[in-house]
Ligand binder design. Sequence first.
Ligand code: MN
Length: 194
Amino acid sequence: MDEVKLGVATRPTLGYVENGDGYFIERWDDKLFLAVFDGLGHGSVAAKASEICLTTLKKTYTKDLPTIFSVCDHELKRTRGVVMGIALIDLSRRALKYAGVGNITTKVMGPRQSTHLISMDGIVGYNLPRIRIFPYQLERGDLLIMHSDGISSTSLSKYPRERMRNFDPQRVADEVLNGYAKKEDDATILIAHI
Ligand SMILES: [Mn+2]
């Protein structure tokens, strides 16, 4: 099995210390669990929701995706909530399952075209929709890219595609965060090079 290369970068809104965005990456057996979440608003209220989300994911990541969302929804009830995308990859088959709630953008960038994975409307901790899981067959060389709305898709599309596909994902994530993120929002990007 080839090694998946990961890159991830996150930072708070300019001028803030606390980050309302967060991510969680865990690998076990031949599974890779990737989550990006964004606490509503910014500053300490967003950071609180994000922190609870992270704690909950650490306890639940081996469960099925609807259960994970449901437990997070329960734990986040007293917060402003988060939006979140979760990608679970079976590395032996390169089989991806994706579920997302709210405004986290997730796409697979292949050699010629990109495919957006669908997130459902809602907020985890406020109005959780019924979780639908979207399967996707990854190919070697694909990039799975997940980001919060602190990085607009329009802005990200200006990042050179060849550079994104060929450079180390950590370097790409750092460059995107430094050059393509909004100053007025927390921002996170996670890239998995399959
Ligand atoms: Mn945001």
